[in-house]
Design a protein around this ligand. Structure first.
Ligand code: GDP
Ligand code: MG
Length: 222
């Protein structure tokens, strides 16, 4: 396992924030990176409570930052409102803990929710079947309706204005390209921007990626 040495104080914290819709490969990319580098990975879909859902999610993010310098905040964040909510919560967390935050966007839809992206994500979600925390035991029209809802509400990353001006770096991880290439894209962008010195050995990447593709979601019981 490669351990990141960011600086002597260890106050630099890096958060990877996907901007995506369902089936873009957020969880697959996150699982692969977390396995390769020991990063934190917090999944919104693992929060089963309906009330106080964001509070629980942001508490888990804070917990993850107490253990990791790099954390992936796995939810769609497809609207300005959601990104704003995350930046605000993490700014508060940073103030309380003396962290220097680096907000990094993972842009899974750099061309917007276009036809190709729709076909890729729909086919993946259909193949995923019931292997998901919440999208399960549904017929195809119901799944398509949920996915179309996200597409319809999607607001592209717009770094010229708030809230997206908080992004220090935005990495192109077009979902149509495939998740393994997107893992590599994240690693090279971080190495270039922050001198992180992350290594990727092809065998390790292949093993971590295969395991991520075979991952079974933890379905809440009851
Ligand atoms: P999320 O909804 O954005 O978290 O998407 P997931 O990471 O769950 O990916 C959706 C489905 O597509 C899952 O069953 C993944 O195993 C699968 N998947 C993700 N990336 C790829 C890829 O690059 N190639 C293939 N063939 N399947 C993928
Ligand atoms: Mg997911």
């Amino acid at each position: 396992l490669l351990q990141l040495q960011i600086n002597e104080k260890g106050t630099d914290k890096y958060v990877l924030i996907p901007v995506a819709t369902i089936g873009c490969g957020k969880t697959t990319v996150a699982l692969t990176l977390a396995s390769l580098y020991g990063w934190g990975h917090v999944q919104n879909d693992d929060v089963s409570s309906k009330s106080g859902k964001f509070r629980t999610f942001s508490n888990r993010i804070s917990q993850a930052f107490s253990e990791h310098d790099v954390v992936i905040v796995d939810r769609n964040n497809h609207q300005f409102r959601e990104r704003q909510q995350l930046f605000e919560a993490m700014d508060l967390m940073a103030d309380a803990n003396g962290y220097d935050m680096h907000y990094i966007g993972l842009d899974f839809l750099p061309n917007g929710p276009a036809q190709k992206e729709w076909e890729v994500t729909l086919s993946r979600v259909m193949n995923r079947g019931d292997n998901h925390q919440t999208i399960r035991n549904m017929d195809r029209p119901a799944v398509e309706a949920i996915m179309k809802g996200f597409r319809g509400r999607y607001q592209p990353i717009t770094v010229a204005k708030e809230p997206d001006s908080n992004f220090e770096l935005v990495i192109d991880v077009n979902c149509a390209r495939g998740s393994k290439d997107n893992v590599t894209a994240v690693v090279s962008a971080l190495n270039d921007a922050y001198d992180m010195d992350l290594e990727t050995k092809p065998e390790e990447l292949n093993a971590a990626f295969s395991a991520a593709l075979e991952h079974k979601a933890k379905i809440p019981v009851g």
